[in-house]
Structures are given as structure tokens and as C-alpha cells.
Ligand binder design. Structure first.
Ligand code: NI
Length: 234
């Protein structure tokens, strides 16, 4: 499932994030890449433990926590602390790669804990008008001659995509692309099951908006939770 989540950050949060990023020190992004990815990765990142990264992580995690669409789509069990990257100048692209399946939480009270990367999320922090190129291309969602999705969203918006995918970031030829990226281990490991639950949850919300509470809505809500009980791994 590929999902656009609008307005994860509001204008104030975006301004705060941009101010923190403007003063931050950046390092070579290959520090956090696995062996295959490191050969094609050409960007910069904030060192995960630096003060700016910590302030930004708190801001992004608080925004994620209050976003019902993201919660319903991802059913998060664990979230890796968000990281922050910059593409531009010499360090302007990231070739085709697959993210590592298991990552370790680098610091804090859960340091060393393993997280299975069921879902990847990119939160855009620069407006599309600020840079050319820099599309996130998910290259294995389509087959044959169909075009792959090319994702470039307004600042503050996020895209959620399967952690299993082959993807890349196209070269940034003008300006700077700033983003946060992170992984989520879901309570429901299967993308297919998670999608069914998400679609059912959306349909239930619309049903309640249209008809208010009804015996059918209660029954379907029960089925939703019982499917979640069958499929969730807590
Ligand atoms: Ni990646």
C-alpha cells in the first residue's frame, strides 16, 4: 500500500523544523546505510544523537501520534526514531536500494531494541517549488512498461510505503530537498491484511458520518477488532 498522508506537520511545526535544520551540522548519509545501499547513497543526514535531531524527533513523533490516518494505516508497534536528510549540491541522489529489514534503535531508553521495517515513511520538509528533481521513485510496484510512482509532496506531507520495496531518490538539480524518514514495525506484519483493516476502518468512519451509530456499524466494528485480534502480534 502506498498512502499519501497530508499535513502531518502544521505550518508552525514546519517553521520550527526548518529553523532547527538550518542551524544543524550535516554528515555523510552513508553512516547509516547497509553495505548495498551505501554503494548508491549520496546525501547528507543529521547525526542521530545531535541536539537538533533530538528536538526534531520529538516534534515529528508528537505529530505522528495525533494523526489518525497514519495510525489506522500503519497500526504501529514500534517506530524507529525519525532521521533527517538533505539532498543537494554534490550529495544529491540515492540510487535503487532496499532498506534493511531489521534496524536497531540507536539510543535512549529502548537502545538496541530491534525493529522490523514493515513500513517506510518519508515526511517532506521542503516545498516542491524549492528544488528540482528529488522525486521518491518506488520502482517495484509496477511491472512491464507502466511508470513507477514518482512522489514529491508539499512540505509537511508524508508518504507511507512498504518496507519491502526497491526505491530511489532522483538527483536534485536545483535547491535542497529536506525530509524526515523513518520506519515502522506494524502490529500487523502482512501488508495485505493491514490494507484490508485500513479500508474497513475508513469505510466504518464514513458509515458513521453518514448514518450515525447503528447496529450494523457496531457489528462491523466488532469484526474489525476481531480481525485485528487474529492478525496482530503485540
Ligand atoms: Ni531507502
Amino acid at each position: 500500500m502506498l498512502l499519501h498522508i497530508p499535513q502531518v506537520l502544521d505550518a508552525d511545526e514546519l517553521a520550527q523544523a526548518r529553523a532547527l535544520l538550518a542551524d544543524a551540522e550535516w554528515v555523510d548519509g552513508r553512516r547509516t546505510a547497509g553495505p548495498q545501499a551505501a554503494t548508491v547513497k549520496h546525501n547528507q543526514q543529521l547525526p542521530p544523537g545531535c541536539a537538533a535531531a533530538q528536538a526534531l524527533q520529538a516534534l515529528v513523533l508528537a505529530a505522528l501520534d495525533r494523526h489518525p490516518l497514519l495510525f489506522s494505516a500503519a497500526l504501529p508497534k514500534r517506530v524507529l526514531p525519525p532521521m533527517f536528510n538533505r539532498y543537494g549540491g554534490e550529495a544529491n541522489h540515492y540510487g535503487d536500494h532496499v532498506d534493511q529489514a531489521i534496524r536497531h534503535i540507536p539510543g535512549g531508553p529502548q537502545a538496541g531494541q530491534r525493529v522490523r521495517t514493515d513500513l517506510s515513511c518519508t515526511l517532506f520538509l521542503a516545498d516542491p517549488a524549492e528544488y528540482d528533481g528529488g522525486e521518491l521513485v518506488i520502482s517495484d510496484l509496477t511491472l512491464g512498461s507502466l511508470d513507477s510512482p514518482r512522489i514529491k509532496l508539499p512540505a509537511g506531507d508524508a508518504v507511507l510505503y512498504p518496507g519491502t520495496s526497491v526505491h530511489r531518490v532522483e538527483p536534485v538539480t536545483r535547491g535542497q530537498r529536506l525530509a524526515s524518514f523513518f520506519w515502522i514495525e506494524s502490529l500487523v506484519r502482512s501488508d495485505e491484511q493491514r490494507r484490508l483493516l485500513f479500508e474497513m476502518d475508513l469505510a466504518l468512519m464514513k458509515l458513521r458520518q453518514r448514518d450515525g451509530e447503528s447496529a450494523e456499524a457496531v457489528s462491523l466494528t466488532g469484526i474489525y477488532h476481531n480481525l485485528l485480534r487474529l492478525w496482530a502480534d503485540t
